[in-house]
Design a protein around this ligand. Structure first.
Ligand code: DGY
Length: 312
């Protein structure tokens, strides 16, 4: 097929070459975002997303023949799904293939934060151990964990926490029929009742800064906040202030509001564990996510419909 006859696939970031590019460069002309112009915009029928670039209404308006946005990631907060729906453009994401890895990472980050593991590593490397014992720290024993967002990953986190025999409760907009843990309709009330708050809700305008000053104050001076969702779900300035003033005890953060830019004030905080958004970053999972990006596009163009469309 000549380039002129093939539909084009717009890539908003560096996709997984070995998965996405290899399989889609046959049926599509691949167009990196910085090569999009008036000469090729009309040919673009699909977008494969990657990274922070927003697929907003302005971008979609430039692509009159766009049919599908295949998002790399279960979180699709960078895609304006409402605007896509109005334009009749389908949006897909990559659910399920990352549940176990994100849940594993969450438990790792939670334990690292509660038991101060990175701090212990720094203590050994800097030679401080020879000068005295490592200070005693908090425990997970008997702590109540509140999960903010009881979706598929939230459930995988809760399953793991059962092995630690700690009470689990959750907050979501509605109680879920298949979940036996106590449901709190009010987030501040749940924060008051728990010792550790784990955020795993979707990002986007509906959840922006849902973890605010009030929630952090309710979590209290022994409280620990773990964020494996999106940086936008917490008011980062309020979180920084709460960590600095010991309004809460500690935080473990895998995500940031303007990542990869992390406010420098976090770097000096000993009560904070910082990770570079690695919840799903194993070879296995990222390959499966890339494959689902491909499969959604191919199934759609084969007339079978998208495999994992998002609900809007
Ligand atoms: C997701 O899939 O949303 C993960 O956060 C990786 O981006």
């Amino acid at each position: 097929m000549t380039d002129a006859a093939r539909p084009a696939l717009l890539l908003t970031g560096p996709v997984m070459e070995e998965v996405v590019e290899r399989q889609l460069s046959g049926p599509f002309t691949l167009v990196p975002l910085d090569a999009l112009d008036e000469s090729n915009a009309g040919a673009v029928e699909a977008i494969a997303t990657r990274g922070k670039t927003k697929v907003d209404d302005a971008l979609m308006a430039r692509l009159p023949n766009l049919k599908i946005v295949s998002n790399f990631g279960v979180g699709y907060d960078t895609v304006d799904a409402a605007a896509a729906a109005k334009r009749g453009v389908i949006v897909t994401n990559t659910p399920d293939v990352l549940n176990e890895e994100v849940a594993d990472l969450t438990l790792g980050l939670l334990l690292a934060t509660v038991r101060q593991l990175p701090q212990g590593d720094r203590f050994v490397r800097s030679g401080q151990w020879t000068k005295g014992a490592y200070p005693l720290g908090p425990t997970l024993r008997d702590r109540t964990v509140g999960i903010l967002g009881m979706g598929r990953i939230g459930k995988a986190i809760a399953r793991r926490l059962e092995a630690f025999a700690v009470p689990v409760v959750y907050h979501s907009r509605r109680p879920q029929a298949d979940v036996a843990y106590r449901h709190y309709p009010d987030l501040v009330e749940m924060a008051r009742a728990v010792d550790i708050l784990v955020a795993i809700i979707p990002g986007g305008p509906a959840t922006k800064h849902i973890v605010n000053k009030d929630v952090l104050e309710a979590l209290g001076p022994n409280g620990i906040f773990i964020n494996v969702a999106r940086g936008t779900v917490v008011d980062e300035a309020a979180l920084l202030a709460a960590l600095q003033s010991r309004t809460i005890l500690a935080a473990g953060l895998d995500v940031f509001e303007d990542e990869p830019n992390v406010p420098e004030a976090f770097f000096g905080l000993e009560n904070t564990v910082l990770l570079p958004h690695v919840g799903s970053s194993t070879h296995h999972t990222r390959t499966a996510m890339g494959q689902l990006v491909v499969d959604n596009i191919l199934a759609f163009f084969d007339g079978k419909g998208p495999l994992t469309p998002v609900a809007e």
